[in-house]
Design a protein around this ligand. Structure first.
Ligand code: CDP
Length: 240
C-alpha cells in the first residue's frame, strides 16, 4: 500500500464533506471522530497521532530534545512519518512500520506539546494532513483542523468538557475504573498544563474556529455526542 503523497493546497469541498473536530485534551475528539467517521463511511484523521509519531521518531533518533528546534524541514521529513489509506482507515507509520499504542507512551505524551509548538514540525506535517482530505469524506480531529489545516471545511465542531471530567476520562482510558478525587486533581494539573501549552503557543494555537459549533460533552453520553455531530453533517449535506 503506497503512503499518501503530500498534496499542495487544500481543494475546498470538491468531492465530499470535510468535518473538523478541534478541542482540548480529553474532550473526546479522537474517539468521537473515529465513530462519526465509521458511521458515515468517511476516513478519520487523528492529527494528534501524527504529532505523536514525529515525537516518537525523534525520541528514537539520536537528536536530543534540546536540538529539535534546530532541525530543518528536510531533516524532519527524513524521519519518515507517513499516512497510508487502507479503505477508510488511515494508518500512521514511522520509518516503514505501523505505529499505534506506542504513540501514547508517557515519554511521547511528555514531549509532544513541545514538538507541536515548533513551526518546522507543523510545516512538515501540514501537507500530509491535507493529502488525507484531498478526496473529501474526512473527519479530522486535532487542535487546528478548522483554523489552519482545513479552513474551508464543511462542518466545524469545537468539543469541550470540564477539566475534572476530562482528567477522569483519561484516567479511565488508562485502566483506572474509579479514580479517586486526589488522582483526578493531580491529573487535571497535567492536562491543564498541556492545554496551556497548546493555547498559548505562537503557531497554530488551540482556539475555537469562529464558525464552529461548540459542543460541551461534560454531561453528554458518547452516543449523544456522536449523534449530534452526525446531525450537523447531514444538515450540511442537505444544504449543498
Ligand atoms: O488525545 P489528546 O487530546 O491527549 O492529544 P492528541 O490529539 O494525541 O495530541 C497530542 C498533542 O499534539 C497535543 O497536545 C498538541 O500539542 C499536538 N497537536 C497539535 O498541536 N495540533 C494538532 N492538530 C493535533 C495535536
Amino acid at each position: 500500500m503506497t503512503p499518501l503523497a503530500p498534496s499542495g493546497d487544500e481543494t475546498p469541498g470538491v468531492k465530499g464533506p470535510i468535518v473538523t473536530l478541534d478541542g482540548p485534551a480529553g474532550s473526546g475528539k479522537s474517539t468521537t471522530a473515529r465513530e462519526v467517521a465509521r458511521r458515515l463511511g468517511f476516513r478519520h484523521l487523528d492529527s494528534g497521532a501524527l504529532y505523536r509519531a514525529l515525537t516518537l521518531a525523534l525520541l528514537e533518533s539520536d537528536v536530543p530534545a534540546g536540538e529539535w528546534a534546530d532541525l530543518d524541514e528536510q531533516a524532519m521529513r527524513a524521519l519518515d512519518v507517513t499516512v497510508t489509506a487502507k479503505g477508510t482507515e488511515l494508518e500512521v507509520g514511522v520509518g516503514g512500520r505501523v505505529v499505534n499504542s506506542e504513540l501514547r507512551s508517557k515519554e511521547v505524551t511528555a514531549q509532544v506539546a513541545y514538538l507541536a509548538s515548533l513551526p518546522v514540525a507543523r510545516a512538515c506535517l501540514l501537507n500530509l494532513q491535507r493529502a488525507a482530505g484531498a478526496q473529501g469524506r474526512l473527519v479530522a480531529d486535532g487542535r487546528d483542523m478548522g483554523t489552519v489545516v482545513f479552513p474551508h471545511a464543511d462542518v466545524k465542531i469545537y468539543l469541550v468538557a470540564e477539566l475534572g471530567e476530562r482528567a477522569r476520562r483519561r484516567l479511565r482510558e488508562g485502566g483506572m475504573e474509579e479514580p479517586s478525587e486526589e488522582e483526578v486533581v493531580t491529573h487535571s494539573g497535567v492536562i491543564a498544563e498541556r492545554d496551556r501549552h497548546d493555547s498559548e503557543r505562537e503557531h497554530s494555537p488551540l482556539r475555537k474556529p469562529e464558525e464552529a459549533e461548540l459542543i460541551d460533552t461534560t454531561r453528554l453520553s458518547f452516543d449523544e455526542q456522536v449523534e449530534a455531530i452526525i446531525r450537523l453533517v447531514q444538515e450540511a449535506e442537505q444544504r449543498e
